[in-house]
Design a protein around this ligand. Structure first.
Ligand code: AMP
Ligand code: ZN
Length: 480
């Protein structure tokens, strides 16, 4: 099998992937903060790292790969949202996590090997924080514990430079820091490891030196969970050089997490565990936008995974998870992705064709070498999909085509199941169409032409063709 090459944000280059211990390949990906439904942008890292997880399993063996993706269940946004909805924090986080699991399963993603929750790892967070204070790199002030990047850089001793991942210097960061710095911070670049809890907020016994109870900052959560689940849980099992004892293989997340989140994770872990590297390879997916615009609630183009799969919000209909998955994989993970209705429609047509071909296939095979070669080149999924088109183009490679598609989480249904599922999601809902037509007639009656045109466009986007008759009635049909 050709070598696996991955782009490493830390070195800004594509490198051959060499695991520390091939019998225990270890990957950590920052998971969701469970205060609201996940949106289709959040689906991107989940899908990208699911493809990598599957590829690593193929290369190193299923039982030799550990994929940890956390759930952040302690956070200011969680407290605020629970209060707003008048429910307990636990009800909010459990409910949101449940929907998240349903969503990502529908996208064809395997569950991670371990899914730790931040609130289950407070002890490790305190442990790391106390080590940092003992080493003089963190300090206690007004019931907070703060990490000092300046102290880290002064410590030397084989530690990485603060800012190495984001490729920024501390001087630049000081210059760029906001002026309204919290009074308990010695330097503007210091960041919070632990903070006091207000009455009613979740709280835990604080690190030594603080009597009142408090709660962790966000960054320390991932340092603690990755340490417990990928280092401590493997104590005595990893065969490696002493210098690699506190390092795991791959750390991933969206590009927005490079700074400050991942930079701070590295700072905390490396200083507390006295290691030069937290993870060897740092991978980041590009951002997703919708029809050329940033996705945001205020622009009204904010789409949750749940809506896309179950409601008729995008293009007036719902979509199967594999359609979203294929549409995403047609863009390389490091590129920005423009999420469009057209891309979904094309992906669906492609899957229709592949499922129809799969129904005729006999026997099974292994993924094609040509396909694997593209995938192993820094997960070049657009090239891999192009390869699938050619493999599906010939009857002699059909069985290989199916095995290749399945490797990246496509064609997971039986062809008959796909056909049955289509009945239930692809259809335009007649009641919705009738309601829109009635609204359009009303708009026309009140001479609101702009609104009437807007509704017509919405219907067109749903694939509905209107036939206006002279007597003012309107009939319609769906064109695909
Ligand atoms: P958050 O809940 O904002 O912490 O995000 C969870 C994960 O989704 C992180 O890995 C983010 O980098 C990623 N993410 C958030 N928004 C987008 C987006 N629009 N496109 C791609 N990835 C995103
Ligand atoms: Zn993280």
């Amino acid at each position: 099998m050709s070598v696996l090459r991955l782009y490493n944000t830390l070195t800004r280059s594509k490198e051959d992937f060499v695991p520390i211990d091939p019998a225990n390949v270890r990957m950590y990906v920052c998971g969701p903060t469970v205060y609201d439904f996940a949106h289709i942008g959040n689906a991107r890292p989940i899908i990208v790292f699911d493809v990598l997880f599957r590829l690593l399993q193929l290369r190193f063996g299923k039982e030799h790969v550990t994929y940890v993706r956390n759930i952040t269940d302690v956070d200011d946004k969680i407290n605020a949202r629970a209060a707003e909805r008048g429910i307990t924090i636990r009800e909010l986080t459990e409910g949101t996590a449940r929907v998240f699991h349903e969503d990502v399963a529908a996208l064809g993603c395997l569950p991670p090997t371990v899914e730790p929750r931040a609130t289950e790892h407070i002890v490790e967070m305190r442990d790391l924080i106390e080590r940092l204070v003992a080493r003089g790199i963190a300090y206690v002030a007004e019931d907070h514990v703060l990490f000092s990047p300046a102290k880290m850089d002064a410590a030397g001793g084989g530690l990485p430079r603060y800012g190495a991942l984001a490729n920024r210097s501390l001087d630049e960061m000081i210059a760029g820091a906001r002026v309204d710095v919290a009074p308990y911070k010695r330097d503007a670049t210091d960041f919070v490891l632990w903070k006091p809890s207000k009455p009613g907020e979740p709280s835990w016994p604080s690190p030594s030196g603080i009597v009142t109870e408090g709660r962790p900052g966000w960054h320390i959560e991932c340092s603690a969970m990755s340490w417990q689940r990928l280092i401590k849980d493997f104590a005595g099992k990893i065969r490696c050089e002493a210098a690699d004892a506190n390092t795991f293989d791959i750390h991933g997340g969206g590009i927005d997490l490079v700074f400050p989140h991942h930079e701070n994770e590295i700072a905390q872990t490396c200083c507390a565990l006295e290691t030069a590297r937290m993870a060897n390879v740092w991978m980041h997916n590009g951002f997703l936008q919708v029809e050329g615009e940033k996705m945001s609630k205020s622009l009204g183009n904010f789409i949750t995974i749940h809506e896309l799969l179950h409601d008729k919000t995008f293009g007036g209909r719902s979509w199967h998870g594999e359609v979203l998955r294929l549409a995403m994989l047609r863009t390389h993970y490091r590129q920005p992705i423009d999420f469009t209705l057209k891309a979904l429609e094309e992906a669906e047509k492609t899957l229709d064709r592949w499922y129809a071909l799969a129904a005729k296939a006999e026997g099974t095979d292994t993924p094609a070498d040509s396909f694997l070669a593209t995938l192993q080149d820094d997960l070049n999924t657009p090239a891999a999909v192009a390869e699938l088109f050619s493999l599906f183009g010939s009857e002699t490679t059909l069985a290989q085509a199916i095995a290749s598609a399945r490797l990246i989480g496509l064609l997971q249904l039986a062809p008959s199941e796909w056909a049955a599922a289509k009945q239930s999601w692809g259809n335009v809902d007649a009641a919705t169409v009738e309601a829109l037509i009635a609204a359009r007639i009303a708009a026309r009656a009140s001479k609101n032409w702009a609104e009437s045109d807007r509704i017509r466009d919405e219907l067109v986007a749903m694939g509905v063709v209107l036939k206006d008759n002279k007597d003012g009635t309107t009939s319609w049909e769906v064109k695909r």
